[in-house]
Design a protein around this ligand. Sequence first.
Ligand code: PEP
Ligand code: MN
Length: 334
Amino acid sequence: MIVKMKPKTTEKQVAKLINFFKEKEIEYLDISSDEYHAFRLEKTPYLKEIRAFDEVELVLPLTKRFSQISRENQAEDTVIKVKGKTIDSKTFSIIAGPCSIESEEQLIKIAKTLKKNKIGFLRGGAYKARTSPYDFQGLELAGLMMLNRIAAEYDLITVSEIPSADLIPLFEEYVDIIQVGARNMQNYHLLKALGKATKPILLKRGFGATIEEWLMAAEYLFVHGNRNIIMCERGIRTFETYTRNTLDISSVLAIKELTHLPVIVDPSHASGRYQMVEPLSLAALAVGADGIMVEIHPEPTKALSDGAQSLKPSKFTTMIEKIDQLLPLFDKKR
Ligand code: PEP
Ligand code: MN
């Protein structure tokens, strides 16, 4: 059950309801927002009494396990504001950058490509989640600081993946949008901690996660206090091996139907091949995604990670030109 209180309820009235919960030994979780007080309750025989409280506006049954992020709970689409830009259903947000931050020179070249194409978001991995311990692990703190410095110089909004909860203070300082990688989507300790973070979270779908499990991960962030969540479909593991993953394009439609959160597509990790990035990006736009996140590199063959799926600046520019031509057809701007 979700118990939602009227918007202008006083602290005293809230305390009265909490006292009632305690008196009747009703287990509750405070899920209040800036606009109203709300609680999630375990099953209770006292629903009639709770409804009778003057200040209680709504008692909602939990028909979905992800109640807070569900459309039932909020019909309008969430709008995420970050440094003067918005990520929402009226916009096609484009996030681009290298898989790994490698050097200042590499980032500057990429930042210039982004500016030339009027792209506002720069991604770059500093703490890399690599399958092999022998592969490049990222520049770590030095990379994060580099990303921050160059983004400030070129007026770009940054996105980078966080590896663990202990680094939240660092990411709060250096990054604008904190990415949760596919491998960490079900790290509930990390999700709970990020619920308290002030920065928006880009939540990638785990490659073995169902849509419901992915939504439950978002619910974790939301109930623990962070309402600025961007869902990111990045492909799932299927029996198919021709592509790195299988892009579950219909998950975009499912997310739109079930939640009020924005959802973007990562065609780079979904396919693993640069040749597929443009067509899949156009498919993302056509299916109603709120944006894409793509990997680009000045010299993909020399990339320290994911070169095979990274676009060269020239190919990236061509793709953006095509997207720009199609945006009006889908009632989107960027
Ligand atoms: C990435 O975006 O660099 C990345 C590692 O993605 P994923 O977590 O989707 O594999
Ligand atoms: Mn990558």
